[in-house]
Design a protein around this ligand. Structure first.
Ligand code: SF4
Ligand code: SF4
Length: 173
């Protein structure tokens, strides 16, 4: 099993544990808020990009071109909507191949940065989410760093178009 697959399993276990104890958890109920409120385009390691490409390969050429153009355009507006989001249905067309950041959002906390999701943070502030054992995002970042350099989705698309995305672009420990 690859290190990325192992990381996915760790995250799935944490997410499952949280959902098990909180049946009304906001995520997974058709919420696409985080996909529409990105500070930047998604950042991925090479391993995540390779997996993502499997999902992208299943899309129509037209849809793929649309995503690629959105990803490489220098959008100035913030927050950003993820280039991959299906804006009409609010669904992720590459859900099973999505980056680690998408898997952890809403379930993990980064020391010094608080909770990522303000909707969930509000519930915490109001005392509606007692006894949550959050995942530790610093540990996720450390594991991701071991997979190699992270680049923006835009960069990966550009090097894909130049056919220069190789493992040499990454610098694993
Ligand atoms: S993390 Fe927040 S915005 Fe994202 S799906 Fe969960 S509740 Fe919605
Ligand atoms: S890759 Fe999918 S889950 Fe992640 S931000 Fe984009 S649309 Fe949302």
């Amino acid at each position: 099993m690859t290190p990325l697959a192992n990381l996915h399993i760790d995250i799935d276990v944490r997410v499952h544990t949280i959902l098990e104890g909180h049946a009304d958890w906001l995520c997974g109920k058709g919420c696409d808020g985080c996909c529409r409120r990105l500070a930047e385009v998604p950042q991925l390691t090479f391993a995540e990009w390779e997996l993502l490409r499997e999902g992208l390969a299943a899309l129509s050429a037209e849809r793929l071109q649309e995503i690629r153009m959105l990803a490489i355009s220098s959008q100035q507006d913030r927050p950003l909507t993820c280039p991959m989001l299906d804006r009409s249905s609010g669904t992720c067309p590459v859900y099973h191949q999505r980056p680690v950041a998408c898997r952890t959002y809403g379930f993990y906390v980064q020391r010094d940065k608080g909770l990522y999701c303000h909707d969930i943070e509000l519930q915490v502030d109001e005392g509606r989410l007692p006894s949550v054992v959050w995942g530790n995002h610093d540990a996720i970042d450390q594991q991701l760093a071991r997979l190699g350099e992270s680049r923006s989705l835009s960069d990966w698309f550009e090097c894909w178009m130049r056919e220069s995305c190789t493992t040499e672009l990454t610098h694993p420990e």
